[in-house]
Write a protein that binds this ligand. Structure first.
Ligand SMILES: [Mg+2]
Length: 261
């Protein structure tokens, strides 16, 4: 069930000329699963997103631009989300970008950043090898320690050891999410990613939905008239909140119907 105020605010978006709908993937469109590569969007959410992005009349400018804004490596995001070509993509929290016009904008690291990445990878490999169930994910921008498959006590201990291991690294940007710690050698966050999506799409109004602490950077860039939806519990600066991924499906269906009237 959507909160009535969210329903009203969504219906008001019918009037907007060009709307950007940017969505987090894991925990927003797709339920969390043990192996990140097995995550898939709820079918209803994927269909609503396709309807939102595919509704433009031929020859007219875009009325609704759709985008995915994820912490995942772009390649991994494509694998799990199978996005249609028109969907803008931001991966690695903003470090990797794709638009149909520009194609992929991959990340290139300086020599110093490459050396730092090797150092950080070695440090976190030591942590992951010490705890059963912990695993590393490698991205162009950094390395991620996943502890979702550890026991709760091991997960906490692994994250604590990782924090300690990285404490002295001045140029490493540590971001923590749900059962995950990311050490990046470039400074990006989802606010940077959403700003890029806003500018490349040319949309005047933005919708963003996300479930994690890393999504707060994106919520904080929203302007009057934009609409932010936090999924699940936790502090947020988003104006609206829904309780579940099924609610996200309902929200996207409502948005798709008001935008394609
Ligand atoms: Mg998420």
């Amino acid at each position: 069930m959507l909160p009535p105020e969210l329903r009203t605010a969504t219906e008001a978006l019918a009037e907007v000329d060009h709307l950007l709908v940017a969505l987090d993937f894991d925990g927003t469109l797709a339920p969390f699963v043990g192996r990140p590569e097995d995550a898939r969007a709820l079918p209803g959410s994927a269909e609503a997103l396709a309807r939102l992005g595919g509704g433009d009349a031929p020859g007219s400018g875009p009325r609704t631009t759709t985008a995915l804004l994820s912490g995942r490596h772009l390649e991994s995001l494509r694998l799990v989300a199978s996005p249609p070509e028109e969907v803008l993509l931001v991966g690695s929290h903003g470090a990797e970008r794709y638009s149909p016009e520009t194609g992929d904008e991959p990340l290139t690291l300086s020599g110093a950043q490459e050396a730092l990445l090797a150092e950080v990878t070695a440090a976190l490999r030591g942590v992951s090898e010490a705890f059963a169930g912990a695993r590393l994910e490698h991205k162009p921008s950094g390395v991620v320690l996943h502890v979702r498959q550890c026991s709760p006590a091991d997960g906490e201990a692994a994250l604590a050891r990782a924090r300690t291991a990285l404490a002295g690294e001045r140029d490493v940007h540590v971001t923590e999410g749900k059962a995950v710690l990311e050490a990046a050698v470039v400074r990006v966050d989802k606010g940077v990613g959403l700003d890029w999506l806003r500018s490349v799409s040319g949309a005047g109004t933005v919708v963003f939905a996300g479930d994690d602490v890393t999504d707060e950077h994106a919520f904080s860039t929203l302007r009057p008239g934009d609409l932010g939806v936090k999924v699940g519990d936790g502090e947020t600066s988003a104006a609206f909140r829904v309780g579940s991924l099924e609610d996200v499906t309902e929200f996207l269906n409502l948005l798709a119907s008001v935008r394609t009237l």
